[in-house]
Write a protein that binds this ligand. Structure first.
Ligand SMILES: [Zn+2]
Length: 81
């Protein structure tokens, strides 16, 4: 049985993020990196804040890869000339 991350929707968590008593699993989501019981209770992120931060990072990383590959291609073009 696997569980779904309430932040990013990753569906392969080994434990439920919180048990029936509301105690956190301290598992770290391997998709968004959220650690239940640490990022929310100790670092005081709520799920929506963390999700927004995570989405922003995904967008920036995607953009970074695009710009980087554009620069690499550009450099290859310069070398070819
Ligand atoms: Zn997640």
């Amino acid at each position: 049985m696997t569980y779904i991350c309430p932040i990013c929707g990753y569906d392969d968590l080994e434990e439920p993020p919180y048990d029936n008593d509301g105690d956190p699993s301290y598992e770290i989501c391997s998709c968004c990196g959220f650690q239940y019981g640490f990022d929310d209770l100790d670092r005081e992120y709520d799920f929506e804040q963390y999700r927004q931060k995570w989405v922003l990072v995904q967008i920036l990383q995607k953009r970074y890869r695009e710009v980087k590959s554009f620069l690499v291609e550009s450099t290859l073009c310069w070398k070819a000339e």
